[in-house]
Ligand binder design. Structure first.
Ligand code: NOJ
Length: 586
């Protein structure tokens, strides 16, 4: 019943949004490029750390615009920007105080329009981060809601809680992702508000149709400014149990303040989240149909069990949702200890669960998790990029991963700015902090790695920048960047776009994956995930007789591009990867 009511509310909102849209509606559907995103590499930019154009030590929009030619040189044709909106920056932009304006240190709406126009000229599509679950507590909506201004009373999730011996108690045991109760007392309103992240990020109430209507209008606003879609933040947190039931203890820890204390059956992955994404799917599709051009896409962020994640692609009735929900398996399921079998199994698992007709995607890193070089080891950088680029579907690269940038874990507590790390205190901040993977982009060996001319930057630059930087890698005969560039180039081949996929663990340490398409040379990627040199024989995995020619090799390889290999004598040094072309021998 509740679900039906919600659906009805969603439909009503949709109708409203529709009537608000352009009055001179062109009924004739325009030409839409439906499939541009299916084999795309999306490059994530963390705006604060990408490029500072005005010397204040903080990255900005003009900085990004100035670097757009870099994407052309690299072969990147789609970028997604972590939040650029007005924000008090408690969670560095994931706490939005105005969904329709730009954070002043990043620039202005004019700068944004210029970024879009330049990107368009260069053939680069721009995706924006959209944060629907919560706003900032400095947002006008929240201020009005706290003051019970008419029309805003229920914009957020407010509850009375209980009183015991004169002491206020939150309504239930829910905990915030960043530790402590998820309920924050608000003195002015004399109620608790729900906040699943920092206390500056109150949860919006999507059971109020006015909230949905406001968010629909925000999406349309940015679509009209020319974005090609959205990355939707924390979508599996949007709805919570209506009855506010206590969550059961997980047994994983005895610390009631820890997010791991509870099994989050009432605050995450609620059924209504899927309905919301389906609603926005329709909004985007209708927009694309009306105005033509690239299909406007949606990629959703939700760390959850595989079947729950898959539901974002489409529900059991085939109702379409996100273009793709992020696949975080390379972050959450695999690490430097994983065996070849673990890799093959984990990759296969996604492909098995993914509903037919959809595109797979592979996220190698992001601003919330340690970098590839720090998770898998510096020697694995090229092999992991080979894997990312030769798997079927979409690849997601976090800025700096094309250079093999490393976490700067030794940032002092005094220089630490990531809120949960600050709250964890001097003794515990180090391994919690997300600052280490957010340090400025290493462009060159100039001051601040060429990121900024300021005397100090918002986060310190990794001290290894004098050797590890783009300029060096562009000049070097072989580098991580050059490997990455050649992999992107290879992605335009038909076999990587449309070919079938097969993988096999050749032993515990080495696995191979094969892409095949009738009439095209096949591709073979072979990866050693161990710290030992391995010699493998791929004869049983490929159709013989075949000519094996190396297309991409890593920076430390004993082999050269163009070299021929014998199928039964492929030698891989520790963590080495190779991309090989297979052509029938005449
Ligand atoms: C996920 C974002 O990636 C992360 O950086 C942020 O802290 C939370 N969502 C809350 O918005």
């Amino acid at each position: 019943m509740a679900w039906k009511l919600l659906k009805l509310a969603l439909c009503l909102c949709w109708l409203l949004a529709e009537t608000q849209a352009d009055s001179a509606k062109d009924k004739k559907a325009k030409e839409v490029d439906d499939n541009w995103w299916r084999h795309e590499v999306f490059y994530q930019i963390y705006p604060r750390s990408f490029k500072d154009s005005n010397g204040d030590g903080i990255g900005d929009l003009k900085g990004i615009t100035s670097k757009l030619p870099y994407f052309v040189e690299t072969g990147i044709t789609a970028i997604w920007l972590s939040p650029i909106y007005s924000s008090p920056m408690v969670d560095f932009g994931y706490d939005i105080s105005d969904y329709r304006d730009i954070y002043p240190d990043y620039g202005t709406l004019d700068d944004f329009d210029e970024l879009i126009a330049t990107a368009n000229q260069l053939g680069i599509k721009v995706i924006l981060d959209f944060v629907p679950n919560h706003s900032s507590d400095k947002h006008e909506w929240f201020k009005k809601s706290a003051a019970r201004v008419s029309g805003y009373e229920d914009f957020y999730v407010w509850e009375d809680g209980t009183e015991e011996n004169g002491e206020r108690k939150p309504p239930n045991n829910w905990v915030s992702v960043f530790s402590g109760s998820a309920w924050q007392w608000h003195e002015e309103r004399k109620q608790f508000y729900l906040r699943q992240f920092t206390k500056g990020q109150p949860d919006l109430n999507y059971r109020n149709p006015a909230v949905l209507q406001a968010m629909d209008a925000v999406l349309t606003y940015w679509l009209k400014r020319g974005v090609s879609g959205f990355r939707i933040d924390a979508v599996n947190y949007v709805f919570e149990d209506k009855q506010l039931r206590d969550e059961p203890l997980s047994g994983a820890t005895s610390d009631p303040n820890s997010v791991d204390y509870l099994n989050h059956i009432y605050t995450r992955n609620q059924e209504e989240n899927y309905g919301l994404i389906q609603h926005w799917r329709k909004l985007l599709d209708d927009y694309s149909e009306k105005y033509g051009g690239p299909a406007r896409i949606m990629m959703t962020e939700g760390y959850a069990e595989l079947p729950q994640v898959m539901e974002f692609y489409e529900d059991e009735n085939g109702v379409q949702g996100a273009n793709f929900p992020f696949n975080f398996d390379f972050i959450t399921e695999l690490n430097s200890e994983s065996t070849a079998q673990d890799f093959v199994f984990t990759i296969q698992r996604w492909l098995i669960y993914m509903p037919p007709g959809h595109s797979a995607n592979w996220v190698m890193g992001n601003h919330d998790n340690p970098r590839v070089a720090s998770r898998y080891g510096a020697k694995s950088v090229d092999a992991m990029n080979m894997l990312l680029m030769t798997l079927p579907g979409i690849g997601i690269t976090y800025n700096g991963e094309e250079l093999g940038m490393e976490d700067y874990r030794d940032i002092s507590f005094e220089d630490t700015v990531d809120q949960p790390a600050c709250e964890a205190g001097k003794d515990n901040y180090k391994w919690i902090s997300r600052d280490p993977e957010r340090t400025p982009m290493q462009w060159s060996d100039e001051k601040n790695a060429g990121f900024s001319t300021a005397d100090s930057t918002w986060l310190p630059v990794h001290p290894n920048y004098q050797e590890l930087n783009l300029a060096n890698q562009q000049l070097a005969p072989s580098s991580h960047y050059k490997v990455y560039q050649s992999l992107i180039k290879l992605r335009s081949s038909k076999v990587l776009k449309d070919g079938t996929y097969t993988a096999q663990a050749l032993n515990r340490r080495v696995f191979a994956l094969k892409r095949e398409l009738r009439g095209q040379p096949s591709l073979l990627t072979v990866i050693n995930v161990s710290n030992r040199t391995q010699q493998v024989d791929v004869s049983d995995f490929i159709d013989l007789p075949n000519r094996l020619t190396l297309l991409v090799v890593g920076v430390n390889s004993q082999y050269r591009v163009g070299e021929r290999l014998k199928p039964d004598e492929i030698r891989l040094t520790p963590y080495e990867g190779l991309v090989i072309q297979l052509k029938p021998s005449k």
